[in-house]
Write a new protein. Structure first.
Length: 216
């Protein structure tokens, strides 16, 4: 009986839930009016860029610092710490999502350090808390926007930067942009509710719902 009880104890596994909190913006604001610019930095059309244009310099700087904190200060984001995701509702309506990857290096390091302190019958279940930046938009240009973005993914890195308006001109916040090597492009109908966080945020008209508060 004693041996049997010992065997049962060895089979008991204790699971600890640990929470890793990814960086949040300096201030949580209501939905902001943001213009989305994209194109090429060179005449050969081999260096794509995506710029987020905010109304004020303060907003542009704050958001760049937020993105920079997610990529751990390394502007060359080859590890895809910052997820850049584009979801199409149809040919004209789409949305851009920015959020820390669930497999962000600092989150995995948190789990590794905690597991090193556990015994053989103990395990860690990592939960990640993140802020999602969602920017809905309407495409009014020529051609298929999805095909344009798909071409971007074949010409990485993609330069990601924030800008602001000043005297009718667009001013870039940082000379050195964040270089992205990964970009998700999907249709809304292809999203999985359980694995794709984008599926939980519905598209809305950015012109009609300027003051809409997004709950994440």
């Amino acid at each position: 009986m004693i041996v049997f009880i010992g065997y049962l104890i060895e089979k008991v596994i204790f699971v600890y839930n640990i929470v890793h909190i990814n960086p949040f913006p300096q201030r949580l604001r209501e939905n902001q009016a943001v213009s989305i610019g994209y194109g090429y930095l060179d005449e050969e059309m081999k260096k794509p860029f995506i710029y987020l244009v905010y109304k004020t310099k303060t907003e542009a700087i704050e958001h760049f610092k937020y993105f920079e904190s997610i990529v751990l200060g390394k502007l060359n984001d080859e590890d895809n710490n910052l997820v850049l995701s584009i979801v199409f509702e149809d040919k004209s309506r789409y949305g851009i999502y920015f959020y820390p990857s669930p497999y962000r290096l600092s989150a995995l390091e948190t789990k590794r350090k905690f597991e090193n302190s556990l015994g053989k019958n103990e395990k860690a279940n990592l939960k990640v808390m993140s802020y999602i930046d969602f920017l809905p938009a309407i495409y009014t240009g020529d051609g298929e926007l999805m095909e344009i973005f798909k071409k971007f993914t074949e010409q990485t890195p993609i330069e990601l930067n924030t800008c602001y308006f000043a005297n009718g001109e667009i001013i870039i916040v940082r000379k050195k942009a964040i270089k992205k090597y990964h970009m998700r492009i999907m249709n809304r109908n292809d999203l999985n509710f359980y694995t794709d966080v984008e599926s939980r945020i519905d598209w809305f008209d950015p012109l009609e719902d300027r003051d809409k508060i997004i709950s994440n």
